[in-house]
Write a protein that binds this ligand. Structure first.
Ligand code: EPZ
Length: 427
Protein backbone atom coordinates (compact mmCIF):
# COMPACT_ATOMS: atom_id res chain seq x y z
CA UNK A 1 0.00 0.00 0.00
CA UNK A 2 1.37 3.45 -0.87
CA UNK A 3 1.70 5.99 1.94
CA UNK A 4 3.21 9.45 2.44
CA UNK A 5 5.57 9.55 5.41
CA UNK A 6 6.62 12.85 6.99
CA UNK A 7 9.25 13.62 9.64
CA UNK A 8 7.94 16.74 11.37
CA UNK A 9 9.83 19.79 12.62
CA UNK A 10 12.00 20.67 9.64
CA UNK A 11 11.90 24.10 7.93
CA UNK A 12 9.57 24.24 4.93
CA UNK A 13 10.37 27.27 2.82
CA UNK A 14 10.99 28.36 -0.76
CA UNK A 15 8.97 28.56 -3.99
CA UNK A 16 6.53 26.26 -5.80
CA UNK A 17 4.59 26.75 -9.03
CA UNK A 18 1.08 25.33 -9.09
CA UNK A 19 -0.59 23.59 -12.02
CA UNK A 20 -3.78 24.44 -13.88
CA UNK A 21 -6.99 24.15 -11.86
CA UNK A 22 -8.45 20.64 -11.57
CA UNK A 23 -11.93 22.14 -11.17
CA UNK A 24 -11.60 23.99 -14.45
CA UNK A 25 -9.64 21.49 -16.55
CA UNK A 26 -12.27 18.74 -16.08
CA UNK A 27 -15.07 20.98 -17.41
CA UNK A 28 -12.95 22.42 -20.24
CA UNK A 29 -12.27 18.83 -21.33
CA UNK A 30 -16.00 18.06 -21.29
CA UNK A 31 -16.78 21.24 -23.24
CA UNK A 32 -14.56 20.15 -26.16
CA UNK A 33 -17.45 17.79 -27.08
CA UNK A 34 -19.35 20.87 -28.26
CA UNK A 35 -16.68 21.97 -30.76
CA UNK A 36 -16.08 19.05 -33.18
CA UNK A 37 -12.41 19.07 -34.20
CA UNK A 38 -9.14 19.41 -32.32
CA UNK A 39 -8.95 21.60 -29.22
CA UNK A 40 -5.61 22.04 -27.46
CA UNK A 41 -5.70 22.57 -23.69
CA UNK A 42 -2.46 23.77 -22.06
CA UNK A 43 -1.51 24.02 -18.35
CA UNK A 44 -3.57 20.87 -17.67
CA UNK A 45 -2.65 19.25 -14.33
CA UNK A 46 -1.28 15.69 -14.58
CA UNK A 47 -3.63 14.22 -11.93
CA UNK A 48 -5.81 11.12 -11.77
CA UNK A 49 -9.12 12.99 -12.14
CA UNK A 50 -7.91 14.34 -15.50
CA UNK A 51 -7.00 10.80 -16.54
CA UNK A 52 -10.53 9.64 -15.64
CA UNK A 53 -12.12 12.46 -17.64
CA UNK A 54 -9.84 11.45 -20.52
CA UNK A 55 -11.26 7.91 -20.31
CA UNK A 56 -14.80 9.32 -20.36
CA UNK A 57 -14.10 11.32 -23.53
CA UNK A 58 -12.39 8.36 -25.21
CA UNK A 59 -15.40 6.17 -24.32
CA UNK A 60 -17.56 8.71 -26.17
CA UNK A 61 -15.34 8.50 -29.26
CA UNK A 62 -12.80 11.30 -28.76
CA UNK A 63 -9.08 10.85 -29.24
CA UNK A 64 -6.62 12.48 -26.85
CA UNK A 65 -2.89 13.02 -27.26
CA UNK A 66 -0.75 14.19 -24.35
CA UNK A 67 2.08 16.55 -25.30
CA UNK A 68 4.87 17.33 -22.79
CA UNK A 69 2.72 16.21 -19.81
CA UNK A 70 0.54 19.33 -19.43
CA UNK A 71 -0.90 19.79 -22.94
CA UNK A 72 -3.92 17.77 -24.11
CA UNK A 73 -4.75 17.66 -27.83
CA UNK A 74 -8.39 16.50 -27.89
CA UNK A 75 -10.10 15.59 -31.18
CA UNK A 76 -13.87 15.28 -30.73
CA UNK A 77 -14.73 15.03 -34.46
CA UNK A 78 -15.74 11.39 -34.10
CA UNK A 79 -17.62 11.60 -30.81
CA UNK A 80 -20.69 9.52 -31.65
CA UNK A 81 -21.85 8.18 -28.28
CA UNK A 82 -23.79 9.91 -25.57
CA UNK A 83 -23.63 7.41 -22.66
CA UNK A 84 -21.12 7.62 -19.80
CA UNK A 85 -20.55 4.31 -18.02
CA UNK A 86 -21.32 3.88 -14.33
CA UNK A 87 -17.80 2.79 -13.39
CA UNK A 88 -16.36 6.12 -14.55
CA UNK A 89 -19.07 8.32 -13.01
CA UNK A 90 -18.76 6.35 -9.76
CA UNK A 91 -15.02 7.02 -9.82
CA UNK A 92 -15.48 10.73 -10.34
CA UNK A 93 -18.64 12.77 -9.86
CA UNK A 94 -17.29 15.45 -12.17
CA UNK A 95 -17.99 13.06 -15.08
CA UNK A 96 -21.53 14.49 -14.89
CA UNK A 97 -20.00 17.60 -16.51
CA UNK A 98 -20.50 15.86 -19.89
CA UNK A 99 -24.28 16.05 -19.44
CA UNK A 100 -24.60 19.61 -20.74
CA UNK A 101 -22.18 19.17 -23.68
CA UNK A 102 -23.83 15.90 -24.82
CA UNK A 103 -27.30 17.49 -24.68
CA UNK A 104 -25.97 20.47 -26.63
CA UNK A 105 -24.39 18.33 -29.33
CA UNK A 106 -26.79 15.37 -29.59
CA UNK A 107 -29.97 16.52 -27.82
CA UNK A 108 -29.65 13.48 -25.59
CA UNK A 109 -27.40 11.92 -22.94
CA UNK A 110 -27.28 8.92 -20.67
CA UNK A 111 -25.28 9.53 -17.50
CA UNK A 112 -25.05 7.21 -14.53
CA UNK A 113 -26.54 8.67 -11.36
CA UNK A 114 -23.52 9.84 -9.35
CA UNK A 115 -23.25 8.03 -6.04
CA UNK A 116 -22.40 9.89 -2.87
CA UNK A 117 -18.81 10.21 -1.82
CA UNK A 118 -16.89 10.75 1.37
CA UNK A 119 -18.03 14.35 1.70
CA UNK A 120 -21.72 14.03 1.02
CA UNK A 121 -24.71 12.92 -1.06
CA UNK A 122 -23.51 14.95 -4.07
CA UNK A 123 -26.94 15.05 -5.72
CA UNK A 124 -27.63 16.62 -9.11
CA UNK A 125 -31.28 17.61 -8.57
CA UNK A 126 -30.49 21.26 -9.36
CA UNK A 127 -28.82 20.26 -12.64
CA UNK A 128 -31.97 18.33 -13.60
CA UNK A 129 -34.45 21.03 -12.53
CA UNK A 130 -32.55 23.67 -14.47
CA UNK A 131 -32.24 21.56 -17.61
CA UNK A 132 -35.97 20.70 -17.47
CA UNK A 133 -36.65 24.45 -17.66
CA UNK A 134 -34.69 24.40 -20.95
CA UNK A 135 -37.02 21.69 -22.31
CA UNK A 136 -34.94 18.62 -21.40
CA UNK A 137 -36.92 15.52 -20.39
CA UNK A 138 -35.49 13.09 -17.83
CA UNK A 139 -36.10 9.48 -16.96
CA UNK A 140 -34.21 7.58 -14.27
CA UNK A 141 -33.85 3.97 -15.23
CA UNK A 142 -31.73 1.35 -13.44
CA UNK A 143 -29.44 3.97 -11.93
CA UNK A 144 -28.98 5.84 -15.18
CA UNK A 145 -30.25 9.30 -16.05
CA UNK A 146 -31.77 9.33 -19.56
CA UNK A 147 -31.92 12.94 -20.73
CA UNK A 148 -33.40 14.05 -24.04
CA UNK A 149 -34.57 17.26 -25.69
CA UNK A 150 -37.00 15.96 -28.34
CA UNK A 151 -38.03 19.49 -29.31
CA UNK A 152 -34.52 20.93 -29.00
CA UNK A 153 -33.19 23.06 -26.16
CA UNK A 154 -35.04 26.34 -25.68
CA UNK A 155 -33.60 29.36 -23.89
CA UNK A 156 -35.31 30.09 -20.54
CA UNK A 157 -34.91 31.91 -17.22
CA UNK A 158 -33.51 29.54 -14.56
CA UNK A 159 -33.08 30.48 -10.91
CA UNK A 160 -30.82 28.10 -8.99
CA UNK A 161 -31.95 27.25 -5.44
CA UNK A 162 -28.26 27.25 -4.45
CA UNK A 163 -25.24 28.64 -6.33
CA UNK A 164 -24.14 25.16 -7.39
CA UNK A 165 -20.87 25.09 -9.37
CA UNK A 166 -21.75 21.95 -11.34
CA UNK A 167 -25.33 22.99 -12.07
CA UNK A 168 -24.17 26.42 -13.29
CA UNK A 169 -21.63 24.78 -15.62
CA UNK A 170 -24.01 22.18 -17.03
CA UNK A 171 -26.71 24.82 -17.66
CA UNK A 172 -24.21 27.19 -19.27
CA UNK A 173 -22.96 24.46 -21.63
CA UNK A 174 -26.38 22.99 -22.41
CA UNK A 175 -27.72 26.41 -23.44
CA UNK A 176 -24.90 27.39 -25.85
CA UNK A 177 -26.89 26.18 -28.93
CA UNK A 178 -30.36 26.80 -27.43
CA UNK A 179 -33.05 28.59 -29.42
CA UNK A 180 -33.14 32.02 -27.76
CA UNK A 181 -31.49 33.35 -24.62
CA UNK A 182 -30.97 31.58 -21.29
CA UNK A 183 -30.56 33.48 -18.03
CA UNK A 184 -29.06 31.65 -15.05
CA UNK A 185 -29.88 33.54 -11.85
CA UNK A 186 -28.10 32.81 -8.54
CA UNK A 187 -25.28 31.35 -10.67
CA UNK A 188 -22.05 30.19 -9.02
CA UNK A 189 -19.24 32.74 -9.43
CA UNK A 190 -16.08 30.60 -9.05
CA UNK A 191 -13.02 31.57 -11.18
CA UNK A 192 -13.23 28.14 -12.81
CA UNK A 193 -16.67 29.06 -14.17
CA UNK A 194 -15.24 32.25 -15.65
CA UNK A 195 -12.45 30.17 -17.23
CA UNK A 196 -15.05 27.84 -18.81
CA UNK A 197 -17.15 30.77 -20.10
CA UNK A 198 -14.00 32.38 -21.52
CA UNK A 199 -13.10 29.25 -23.48
CA UNK A 200 -16.68 28.77 -24.73
CA UNK A 201 -16.71 32.41 -25.93
CA UNK A 202 -13.34 31.88 -27.63
CA UNK A 203 -15.04 28.91 -29.38
CA UNK A 204 -17.83 31.20 -30.62
CA UNK A 205 -20.39 31.11 -27.80
CA UNK A 206 -22.16 34.21 -26.55
CA UNK A 207 -21.99 34.16 -22.74
CA UNK A 208 -22.16 37.28 -20.58
CA UNK A 209 -21.94 37.77 -16.82
CA UNK A 210 -19.78 34.75 -15.84
CA UNK A 211 -18.35 35.53 -12.40
CA UNK A 212 -21.50 37.44 -11.46
CA UNK A 213 -24.72 35.95 -10.03
CA UNK A 214 -26.52 36.39 -13.38
CA UNK A 215 -25.18 34.63 -16.48
CA UNK A 216 -26.81 35.25 -19.87
CA UNK A 217 -26.28 32.77 -22.74
CA UNK A 218 -27.49 33.71 -26.23
CA UNK A 219 -27.87 30.60 -28.41
CA UNK A 220 -25.44 30.32 -31.37
CA UNK A 221 -25.29 27.86 -34.25
CA UNK A 222 -21.95 26.14 -33.64
CA UNK A 223 -18.61 26.28 -31.85
CA UNK A 224 -15.13 25.83 -33.32
CA UNK A 225 -12.09 24.25 -31.62
CA UNK A 226 -9.49 26.51 -29.99
CA UNK A 227 -6.29 26.48 -27.94
CA UNK A 228 -6.88 27.45 -24.31
CA UNK A 229 -4.73 27.61 -21.16
CA UNK A 230 -6.31 26.37 -17.92
CA UNK A 231 -6.52 28.99 -15.15
CA UNK A 232 -4.08 28.46 -12.25
CA UNK A 233 -5.25 26.24 -9.38
CA UNK A 234 -6.18 28.56 -6.49
CA UNK A 235 -6.82 25.63 -4.14
CA UNK A 236 -3.45 23.96 -4.78
CA UNK A 237 -1.92 27.41 -4.23
CA UNK A 238 -3.90 27.96 -1.01
CA UNK A 239 -2.80 24.55 0.26
CA UNK A 240 0.90 25.46 -0.02
CA UNK A 241 0.36 28.99 1.34
CA UNK A 242 -1.49 27.61 4.39
CA UNK A 243 1.64 25.56 5.18
CA UNK A 244 3.52 28.81 5.86
CA UNK A 245 0.99 29.48 8.61
CA UNK A 246 2.08 26.23 10.24
CA UNK A 247 5.83 26.28 9.67
CA UNK A 248 6.34 30.08 9.83
CA UNK A 249 9.02 30.24 7.11
CA UNK A 250 8.12 32.13 3.89
CA UNK A 251 6.54 30.12 1.09
CA UNK A 252 6.07 31.69 -2.35
CA UNK A 253 3.55 30.19 -4.77
CA UNK A 254 3.54 31.08 -8.47
CA UNK A 255 1.14 30.33 -11.32
CA UNK A 256 -2.20 31.52 -9.94
CA UNK A 257 -4.15 34.77 -9.36
CA UNK A 258 -3.98 35.88 -5.67
CA UNK A 259 -7.33 37.64 -6.05
CA UNK A 260 -8.86 34.18 -6.62
CA UNK A 261 -8.00 33.51 -2.96
CA UNK A 262 -9.23 36.93 -1.80
CA UNK A 263 -11.07 36.06 1.40
CA UNK A 264 -8.73 33.17 2.27
CA UNK A 265 -5.67 35.44 2.28
CA UNK A 266 -7.53 38.13 4.23
CA UNK A 267 -8.46 35.53 6.86
CA UNK A 268 -4.82 34.37 6.96
CA UNK A 269 -3.74 37.96 7.66
CA UNK A 270 -6.30 38.10 10.51
CA UNK A 271 -4.74 34.89 11.84
CA UNK A 272 -1.36 36.64 12.02
CA UNK A 273 0.24 35.64 8.73
CA UNK A 274 2.13 38.09 6.54
CA UNK A 275 0.75 38.02 2.96
CA UNK A 276 2.60 39.64 0.04
CA UNK A 277 0.50 39.56 -3.14
CA UNK A 278 2.24 39.85 -6.53
CA UNK A 279 1.30 39.35 -10.17
CA UNK A 280 0.38 35.64 -10.45
CA UNK A 281 2.28 34.95 -7.22
CA UNK A 282 1.97 35.31 -3.46
CA UNK A 283 4.30 34.91 -0.46
CA UNK A 284 3.04 33.97 3.01
CA UNK A 285 5.06 33.80 6.23
CA UNK A 286 4.35 34.10 9.95
CA UNK A 287 6.22 35.94 12.68
CA UNK A 288 4.23 35.70 15.91
CA UNK A 289 1.62 33.31 17.23
CA UNK A 290 -1.48 32.23 15.33
CA UNK A 291 -4.70 33.98 16.27
CA UNK A 292 -8.01 32.03 16.22
CA UNK A 293 -10.45 33.28 13.54
CA UNK A 294 -13.98 32.00 12.82
CA UNK A 295 -14.50 30.61 9.31
CA UNK A 296 -17.66 29.77 7.44
CA UNK A 297 -17.59 28.18 3.99
CA UNK A 298 -19.79 29.76 1.31
CA UNK A 299 -20.00 29.88 -2.48
CA UNK A 300 -17.36 32.13 -4.12
CA UNK A 301 -16.33 34.82 -3.25
CA UNK A 302 -17.09 33.39 0.20
CA UNK A 303 -14.55 31.18 1.94
CA UNK A 304 -14.06 28.07 -0.25
CA UNK A 305 -15.03 24.71 1.22
CA UNK A 306 -12.01 23.27 -0.60
CA UNK A 307 -9.75 25.27 1.76
CA UNK A 308 -11.63 24.28 4.94
CA UNK A 309 -9.50 21.29 6.01
CA UNK A 310 -6.19 23.03 5.29
CA UNK A 311 -7.31 26.06 7.33
CA UNK A 312 -8.61 23.88 10.18
CA UNK A 313 -5.14 22.34 10.32
CA UNK A 314 -3.60 25.78 10.89
CA UNK A 315 -6.27 26.87 13.40
CA UNK A 316 -5.67 23.65 15.37
CA UNK A 317 -2.41 25.31 16.53
CA UNK A 318 -3.83 28.80 17.12
CA UNK A 319 -3.74 30.41 20.60
CA UNK A 320 -7.42 30.17 21.46
CA UNK A 321 -10.72 28.79 20.25
CA UNK A 322 -12.60 29.37 16.99
CA UNK A 323 -15.56 27.91 15.11
CA UNK A 324 -15.48 26.58 11.56
CA UNK A 325 -18.88 26.25 9.90
CA UNK A 326 -19.18 24.05 6.80
CA UNK A 327 -22.18 25.24 4.77
CA UNK A 328 -21.49 23.53 1.44
CA UNK A 329 -21.12 19.80 2.09
CA UNK A 330 -22.95 17.80 4.70
CA UNK A 331 -20.01 15.63 5.71
CA UNK A 332 -16.70 17.42 5.31
CA UNK A 333 -15.34 17.22 8.87
CA UNK A 334 -13.96 13.67 8.79
CA UNK A 335 -10.49 15.18 8.57
CA UNK A 336 -11.00 16.56 12.11
CA UNK A 337 -11.22 13.10 13.67
CA UNK A 338 -7.90 12.14 12.05
CA UNK A 339 -6.31 15.39 13.21
CA UNK A 340 -7.54 14.73 16.78
CA UNK A 341 -5.56 11.48 16.65
CA UNK A 342 -2.49 13.70 16.22
CA UNK A 343 -3.35 15.64 19.38
CA UNK A 344 -5.66 18.35 18.05
CA UNK A 345 -8.68 19.33 20.16
CA UNK A 346 -11.64 19.71 17.79
CA UNK A 347 -15.28 19.02 18.62
CA UNK A 348 -17.85 18.52 15.88
CA UNK A 349 -21.39 19.73 16.47
CA UNK A 350 -23.43 19.30 13.27
CA UNK A 351 -22.10 21.79 10.71
CA UNK A 352 -19.78 23.40 13.26
CA UNK A 353 -16.27 22.41 14.30
CA UNK A 354 -15.18 23.98 17.59
CA UNK A 355 -11.39 24.20 17.36
CA UNK A 356 -9.47 24.62 20.65
CA UNK A 357 -5.89 25.48 19.74
CA UNK A 358 -3.17 23.21 21.12
CA UNK A 359 0.57 23.77 21.44
CA UNK A 360 1.82 20.81 19.44
CA UNK A 361 0.71 17.87 17.36
CA UNK A 362 2.15 14.34 17.55
CA UNK A 363 2.97 12.26 14.48
CA UNK A 364 0.63 9.28 13.96
CA UNK A 365 -0.69 6.82 11.40
CA UNK A 366 -3.66 8.58 9.75
CA UNK A 367 -5.91 7.93 6.75
CA UNK A 368 -6.93 10.45 4.07
CA UNK A 369 -10.73 10.86 4.24
CA UNK A 370 -10.88 12.81 0.97
CA UNK A 371 -8.76 14.91 -1.37
CA UNK A 372 -8.37 18.09 0.69
CA UNK A 373 -8.42 16.32 4.07
CA UNK A 374 -5.58 14.12 2.86
CA UNK A 375 -3.48 17.12 1.84
CA UNK A 376 -4.22 18.74 5.21
CA UNK A 377 -3.03 15.62 7.09
CA UNK A 378 0.29 15.82 5.23
CA UNK A 379 0.44 19.50 6.23
CA UNK A 380 -0.10 18.52 9.89
CA UNK A 381 2.75 16.03 9.59
CA UNK A 382 5.13 18.84 8.64
CA UNK A 383 4.92 20.30 12.16
CA UNK A 384 3.95 17.24 14.22
CA UNK A 385 6.54 15.75 16.59
CA UNK A 386 7.93 12.56 15.09
CA UNK A 387 6.70 10.56 12.12
CA UNK A 388 3.30 10.82 10.43
CA UNK A 389 2.18 8.14 7.98
CA UNK A 390 -0.73 9.12 5.74
CA UNK A 391 -2.53 6.27 3.92
CA UNK A 392 -5.32 6.26 1.28
CA UNK A 393 -3.21 8.76 -0.64
CA UNK A 394 -5.02 7.98 -3.90
CA UNK A 395 -7.38 10.72 -2.72
CA UNK A 396 -4.48 13.19 -2.80
CA UNK A 397 -3.38 12.07 -6.27
CA UNK A 398 -6.81 13.07 -7.60
CA UNK A 399 -6.03 16.78 -7.26
CA UNK A 400 -2.33 17.34 -6.44
CA UNK A 401 0.34 16.73 -9.06
CA UNK A 402 3.78 15.73 -7.68
CA UNK A 403 2.68 16.74 -4.17
CA UNK A 404 5.63 15.02 -2.45
CA UNK A 405 8.17 16.40 -4.99
CA UNK A 406 6.92 19.94 -4.41
CA UNK A 407 7.08 19.49 -0.62
CA UNK A 408 10.62 18.09 -0.89
CA UNK A 409 11.60 21.14 -2.99
CA UNK A 410 10.50 23.25 0.01
CA UNK A 411 12.78 21.26 2.30
CA UNK A 412 10.16 19.02 3.89
CA UNK A 413 11.34 15.60 5.07
CA UNK A 414 8.64 13.67 3.26
CA UNK A 415 8.67 10.52 1.17
CA UNK A 416 6.17 8.43 -0.76
CA UNK A 417 6.68 4.74 -0.07
CA UNK A 418 5.04 1.36 -0.30
CA UNK A 419 4.51 -0.51 2.94
CA UNK A 420 3.13 -3.97 3.60
CA UNK A 421 -0.13 -3.65 5.47
CA UNK A 422 -1.64 -6.80 6.96
CA UNK A 423 -5.03 -5.24 6.78
CA UNK A 424 -5.35 -2.24 4.49
CA UNK A 425 -8.45 -1.15 6.35
CA UNK A 426 -6.49 -1.02 9.60
CA UNK A 427 -4.42 1.85 8.27
C1 EPZ B 1 -17.41 21.59 -7.29
O1 EPZ B 1 -18.20 20.46 -6.92
C2 EPZ B 1 -15.96 21.18 -7.06
N1 EPZ B 1 -15.62 20.02 -7.87
C3 EPZ B 1 -15.75 20.84 -5.59
O2 EPZ B 1 -14.36 20.57 -5.41
C4 EPZ B 1 -16.12 22.06 -4.75
O3 EPZ B 1 -15.99 21.73 -3.39
C5 EPZ B 1 -17.56 22.47 -5.06
O4 EPZ B 1 -17.71 22.73 -6.47
C6 EPZ B 1 -17.97 23.72 -4.30
O5 EPZ B 1 -17.09 24.77 -4.62
C7 EPZ B 1 -15.38 20.19 -9.20
O6 EPZ B 1 -15.45 21.30 -9.72
C8 EPZ B 1 -14.99 18.97 -9.96
P1 EPZ B 1 -21.73 22.13 -6.07
P2 EPZ B 1 -19.78 20.43 -7.27
O7 EPZ B 1 -22.61 21.69 -7.18
O8 EPZ B 1 -20.00 21.06 -8.61
C9 EPZ B 1 -25.16 20.19 -3.35
C10 EPZ B 1 -12.47 19.42 -4.65
O9 EPZ B 1 -12.04 19.15 -3.53
N2 EPZ B 1 -25.87 20.01 -4.62
O10 EPZ B 1 -21.47 23.59 -5.88
O11 EPZ B 1 -20.26 19.09 -7.03
C11 EPZ B 1 -23.92 19.30 -3.28
O12 EPZ B 1 -24.25 18.02 -2.79
C12 EPZ B 1 -13.94 19.28 -4.96
O13 EPZ B 1 -11.77 19.87 -5.61
C13 EPZ B 1 -27.17 19.52 -4.59
O14 EPZ B 1 -27.71 19.21 -3.53
O15 EPZ B 1 -20.32 21.42 -6.14
C14 EPZ B 1 -23.04 20.04 -2.32
O16 EPZ B 1 -23.45 19.74 -0.99
C15 EPZ B 1 -14.72 18.74 -3.78
N3 EPZ B 1 -27.83 19.36 -5.76
C16 EPZ B 1 -23.35 21.51 -2.63
O17 EPZ B 1 -24.63 21.53 -3.28
C17 EPZ B 1 -27.26 19.68 -6.96
O18 EPZ B 1 -27.92 19.53 -8.01
C18 EPZ B 1 -22.31 22.16 -3.52
O19 EPZ B 1 -22.31 21.47 -4.72
C19 EPZ B 1 -25.94 20.18 -6.97
C20 EPZ B 1 -25.26 20.34 -5.79
Amino acid sequence: MEVIQIEGGYPVTGEVTVEGAKNSALKLMAATIMAPGTTTLTNVPNISDVHVMGKVLKRLGATIKVRDTHTLVIDTSNVDKWETPYELVAQMRASTAVLGPLLARFGKAIVAMPGGCNIGARKIDMHILGLEALGVKFEIDHGNIHASAPDGIKGAMVTLEFASVGATENLMMASVFAKGTTTIDNAAREPEIVDLANMLNEMGASIKGAGSPIIEVEGVKELHPVEHAVVGDRIEAGTFLAMAGLTKDPITVRGFEPQHLGLVLRKYEEMGMKVERGSRCCTVSRMGSLRPVDIQTLPYPGFPTDMQAQTMCVLALAEGTCIITENIFENRFMFASELNRMGADIKIEGHHAIVHGVKTLQGAQVKSPDLRGGAALVMAGLVAEGTTTVSAIHHIDRGYERFVDKLQSLGAHVVRKTIEADDEDFL
